[in-house]
Write a protein that binds this ligand. Structure first.
Ligand code: PLP
Length: 391
């Protein structure tokens, strides 16, 4: 690279990544092949439209790229293309969710999503996100005490508030979601069910988390978290008489986006193929084992694990402990100084602010990609404990 300034910064970031223990629950490390596709000449091509229906010429090759990405998405998640459509063009998870709402929910209409402090994502209708400005969020919460979903309570809210769409799938929830229950809730109030599997898509692909497809009308996902691809997103839409797929596809293009990032779509295709291998299945199994060990060990060391444990790649710990511990921000700073990268996170019914909350969110995926096993995660838990208790 001739640009020495950027070259230096890339090298510095590479060095930083190699030098830390990364417990960011939404991050991962992609393969060289994914990087190669991202850095390819495919970035030069304009291809507004969809395969076979483009508004630019010279799109024969990129049509093949996009179709291959779609085929691999169907194969990986065992979907019948007669029953599902997949849009591989969303630039990232947030625009994918906004596109679904744009297609299916009239402006001002109600979207029912989990409150941010409880584990929902900004794009599930929070006020600070456009999803809470263009639409109206009906929030739901986890239950006090267990900190888990209480489907009876969610159903009561849904029936009282009659949302147009219900979102299941969160950014900081450590347990398996009962999609069948969410389907029943959506049916009870006549809402669409959208599952946002951004966090656990890689676990679904690896067979260690139940797939949501039998119950959802729409499934969105980022591709860069447990799925271990480039930053991007996919929208799966059920194909039936309602033709929701047409509404969603139109919302992505020409509704929200112009030309797709074809280099990124190619990189997604590479990641989807990687995710269909036995090695990926092993990785996914190890991700969950490692997170469980981390939660168990931190619990033994006296840290309160939110929801009482984990069934996924992530967990939250309460470091504030009602004033007996330290704030989330200070905890994250201390850990960073010791080479452990995490993010501070609210815990359900948090008494502190989102900027300096009571908890930390930890994830096992990136370090599992780097080959770490249970014993390594025991050591990581002990190191976290030592750092947090140091003065
Ligand atoms: C990460 C995430 C998103 C948004 O993804 P971006 O690519 O950061 O825009 C949406 N929903 C959930 C549940 C997420 O975890």
């Amino acid at each position: 690279m001739k640009d020495t300034q950027i070259k230096k910064l890339i090298a510095a970031e590479n060095k930083r990544q190699k030098g830390v223990i990364n417990l960011i629950a939404s991050e991962n490390y992609v393969s060289k092949d994914v990087l190669e596709a991202l850095g390819s000449e495919l970035t030069n091509k304009y291809a507004e439209g969809y395969p076979g229906h483009r508004y630019y010429r010279g799109t024969g090759v990129v049509d093949d790229v996009e179709r291959l990405a779609q085929e691999r998405a169907f194969e990986l998640f065992k979907l019948n293309p007669e029953e599902w459509s997949v849009n591989v063009q969303p630039l990232s998870g947030s625009p994918a969710n906004v596109a679904v709402y744009t297609g299916l929910v009239p402006f001002g209409g109600r979207i029912m999503g989990m409150a941010l402090e409880h584990g929902g994502h900004l794009t599930h209708g929070q006020k600070v996100s456009v999803t809470g400005k263009f639409w109206t969020q009906v929030p739901y919460f986890v239950e006090k005490g267990s900190e888990r979903l209480n489907y009876g309570e969610i159903q009561k809210i849904a029936i009282a508030e009659k949302p147009v769409l219900i979102v299941a799938g969160f950014t900081a929830y450590a347990h398996v979601i009962d999609f069948k229950k969410f389907r029943e809730i959506a049916d009870a109030c006549g809402a669409y069910l959208m599952v946002d599997m951004s966090h656990f898509a890689g676990l679904v692909a690896g067979g260690v988390y139940p797939p949501p497809f039998a119950y959802a009308d729409v499934v969105t996902t980022t591709t860069h978290k447990t799925l271990r691809g480039p930053r991007s997103a996919l929208i799966f839409t059920r194909k039936d008489k309602r033709e929701l797929n047409k509404l969603v596809n139109r919302a992505v293009f020409p509704g929200m986006q112009g030309g797709p990032h074809v280099n990124q779509i190619a990189a997604v295709a590479v990641a989807l193929k990687e995710a269909s291998t036995p090695a990926f299945k092993k990785y996914a199994e190890q991700v969950v084992k490692n997170a469980k060990v981390l939660a168990d060990e931190l619990g033994k060391l006296g840290w309160r694990v939110v929801e009482g444990g984990t069934e996924t790649h992530l967990l939250r710990i309460d470091v504030w402990q009602n004033g007996k511990g330290i704030g989330g921000r200070e905890a994250a700073d201390k850990l960073e100084a010791a080479g452990i990268i995490v993010n501070e996170n609210t815990i359900p019914f948090d008494t502190r602010t989102p900027k300096d909350p009571s908890g930390l969110r930890l994830g096992s995926a990136p370090e599992t990609t780097r080959g770490k096993k249970e014993k390594d995660f025991v050591a990581i838990a002990r190191k976290i404990d030592t750092v947090l208790r140091s003065r």
